[in-house]
Design a protein around this ligand. Sequence first.
Ligand code: GLU
Length: 552
Amino acid sequence: MDSNKQMAELLFPDITKTPEDYEELYPARNLSEGAIVTRFAPSPTGFLHFGGLFAAFVEKTAAKTTDGIFYLRIEDTDKKREVENGVELIVKGLNDFGIDIDEGMISQTEEKGDYGPYMQSQRTSIYHSFVKRLVEQGLAYPCFMTEDELAKIREEQEAAKVLPGVYGEFAKYRDISFEEAEKRIKNGDEYVVRLKSPGSADNRVKFTDLIKGDIEMPENILDVVLLKKDGTPTYHFAHAVDDHLMRTTHVIRGDEWISSVPIHLQLFKVCGFKPLKYVHISPIMKEENGGKRKLSKRKDPEAAVSYYGEEGYPKGAVWEYLMTLANSNYEDWRLANKDSDIEDFKFSLKKMSKAGALFDIVKLADVSKNYISKLSAEEVYEMVTDWAQENNERLYKLLVDDEEYAKSIFAIERGNAKPRKDIASWSDVQNYVSYFYSELWNGERSFPENLSNEDMIEILENYKQIYTEDTSSEDWFPAVRDMAVSLGYAKAPKEYKKNPDEFRGHVGDVAGVIRAAATGRLNTPDLYEILQVLGYDEVIKRFDEAIDKLRG
Ligand code: GLU
């Protein structure tokens, strides 16, 4: 037996399956031309963050718009960083935002699809099979360097100002003999398995990133670790094996990996895999003090995806916002296609920002207001109730106690061509509806400041006489206007402005008094609709309360 083969048997005596067996087990996918197969590949280290959600959104959208596959792979090779139920948290995070998993992990322990296992910790024998082959080919070797030895070469390299790492003359075990390896292993010495890099410092590699464009970097010359001391693979090696065998077409991931692409291309080459397309997403940025910085898990509450659920941004609105971050032309498309389904938008990976999209909470609120304004009263009711059940008990109780009443509030100025855009998230709803509920409104009122209390009392006394619940929306305002004119107010603001001395004010002031008396506010949605929802008795009661207050 040649010594490489002997070495391979020494390191992996129990591995009997070959790379060819795996090639057969995971055949090419039968998808249409242009279909993107991609994945979200987080480590199960805790809650999903906005950057992760954004990446998953982009991956899902790329797959969905090409009739491809989006799968969830769990990169759990670092057991120290893992949290309990880490996979569950990720799956739930994706589900909460409507990112459906086509394949891969679907709960802490379950998976679906033919290309698994989708959890790296369950793929050890697959990695070992491929490393065994590399050892047989003389392209990988056991390295017994100790931490001290590694630290020492690092120091030497720093002093000599040369590339740090294990390569060339620094790769002490590159040519280790079978006999020495056998002796050390028998002795119980610890080792990693390294690539015997075929790279040369004089060569450069070129590749095209779908977002960043053409990139050229020095070829990899490092004998990178493939398997760690405990036999688990490094990120680099697992990426090559998994994305190859899972038949990924596009590796869409954070751009912190871009500098590792030369390693990855080399690994694909030595393993005989066809290279994939790379798509490196720039991090989400935030403006601060005139400059830009990365959205930070530590500083920004909106970096945790739990924030969106707690604030009550509907998932459809977050989805819209993610699309505005992903493709800057989406906003214009949305303006031109107000009622179209988001799925009709032609998403493009190439149109993603090279520099990193800017997170803007005001924009998120605008997108969400717009989204919510298009929902029906029933939809708003269902979503707010769901949210309130977990986040606002008092509101929840009021909403379920009288469903019809709540729906009639949400129906105000909704379903027409220009719906109001007052609600950005469900946490705005309590304030939005407060004056409809005695439990939420203490009767405090802001009255218009340009009229005296006597004037206001007079207006309310008069209006009480003519107010009926049966007036139609067309007749309602003319009735207010006629009353205003009879009391000496101008019938329109324009008329008042022309001759202010001739009038006590204008019809807007009069309506303002009615509004303040009925709702406590100077600004509200359509007053006629509000009065209708409140009902005659309640309206008259509120006018009387207001008159009492104004009398002091
Ligand atoms: N586990 C890696 C990370 O979370 C995955 C990167 C990739 O998508 O390949 O950064």
